[in-house]
Design a protein around this ligand. Structure first.
Ligand code: PEP
Length: 258
C-alpha cells in the first residue's frame, strides 16, 4: 500500500444497456454506503458503454453518489466527419472523469498503435479527463521473457509528449493480455515486477514527482478472492476490473481489498 489513493475501475466492456446500467450503479451505491466498511478510502469508478453514460451521469449527479465514471475509448479527432466516433469534449461534457485508452481489445481488434493511444491520451487530458493508459504483453511475449521490455516500450510510446507534472496525474493500467477474461490471474509477484518497472522507468524519464504521483493499476481476472495479494504490492495502486465489475458483490468485495 502507498499514499496514493487506490483506484478500482470497473470496465463493463460491451455489456449492459442504459437501464441495466442504472440498476447496477444503484445497487453498487447501496453496497458502498454500508458503514461497516471504509469504502471512502478507495476511489471507485465504472466504465460503461457510451450509450449508458448519460443515464449514469443523471443518477450519479442526482443522488450525489461517490462513484466516478469513465468512457472506454475516445476519438483521436476533435469533431467533424468521423462517423461513429465520440470526442473527448463530448465525454467531458457528460462528466466523465476518466477515459480508458489503449485497452488490449482496442489494440488487438482495432489495430491501435502506441501512437494512436498517445493521441487519445492527450485528447482526454486536454479535455480535463484523466486517461487510464493500458499496456501489457501477450502470451508469446511473456513466454519469451520479454514482458518487461515490451510493456515499457508501450509506456514510452503511449506517454510521449506529456510533461512530468502531467504524468504524475495519469493512470497506467498494466494488463497482461493472457490474464484478461481468462481466469488466469498473474501472481502478485508478476504484477509487482512489471508495475515496479513501469514506475522505475517513469522515475528515470520524468523524475520523482511523476513516479510518486502516477497511479499504476493491475488488470486481469481480478476477483474479491485474489485482490488482497495483488493490492499488498508496493507498486500496485488499484485494479482495472472486467468481468467481476458486472457483479456488485464481487466488485464491492474488490473495493474492500484492505
Ligand atoms: C479488462 O477488461 O480490463 C479486464 C481486466 O478484464 P477481466 O477482469 O475480465 O480479466
Amino acid at each position: 500500500m502507498t499514499s496514493r489513493v487506490p483506484l478500482m475501475a470497473g470496465n463493463w466492456k460491451m455489456n449492459l444497456n442504459h437501464q441495466e446500467a442504472v440498476v447496477l450503479v444503484q445497487k453498487l451505491a447501496w453496497t458502498l454506503s454500508d458503514k461497516r466498511h471504509d469504502y471512502a478510502k478507495v476511489e471507485v469508478v465504472v466504465c460503461p458503454p457510451f450509450t449508458d453514460l448519460r443515464s449514469v451521469q443523471t443518477l450519479v449527479d442526482g443522488d450525489r453518489l461517490s462513484i466516478g465514471y469513465a468512457a472506454q475509448d475516445v476519438s483521436t479527432h476533435d469533431e467533424g466527419a468521423y462517423t461513429g466516433e465520440v470526442s473527448a469534449a463530448m465525454l467531458a461534457k457528460l462528466g466523465c472523469s476518466y477515459v480508458v485508452v489503449g485497452h488490449s481489445e482496442r489494440r488487438e481488434y482495432h489495430a491501435e498503435s502506441d501512437e494512436t493511444v498517445n493521441v487519445k491520451a492527450h485528447k482526454a487530458l486536454a479535455a480535463g479527463m484523466t486517461p487510464i493508459v493500458c499496456v501489457g504483453e501477450g502470451l508469446e511475449v511473456r513466454k519469451a521473457g520479454e514482458h518487461v521490455a515490451h510493456t515499457l516500450a508501450q509506456v514510452d510510446g503511449s506517454l510521449a509528449g506529456f510533461t512530468a507534472g502531467q504524468v504524475g496525474d495519469l493512470v497506467v493500467a498494466y494488463e497482461p493480455v493472457w490474464a484478461i477474461g481468462t481466469g488466469e490471474v498473474a501472481t502478485p509477484e508478476d504484477a509487482q515486477e512489471v508495475c515496479a518497472a513501469i514506475r522505475a522507468q517513469i522515475r528515470e524519464v520524468h523524475g520523482d514527482g511523476a513516479a510518486d504521483g502516477v497511479r499504476i493499476l493491475y488488470g486481469g481476472s481480478v476477483k474479491a478472492a485474489n485482490v488482497g495479494g495483488i493490492m499488498a504490492k508496493d507498486d500496485v495502486d488499484g485494479c482495472l476490473v472486467g468481468g467481476a465489475s458486472l457483479q456488485v458483490d464481487e466488485f464491492s468485495g474488490i473495493c474492500r481489498f484492505y
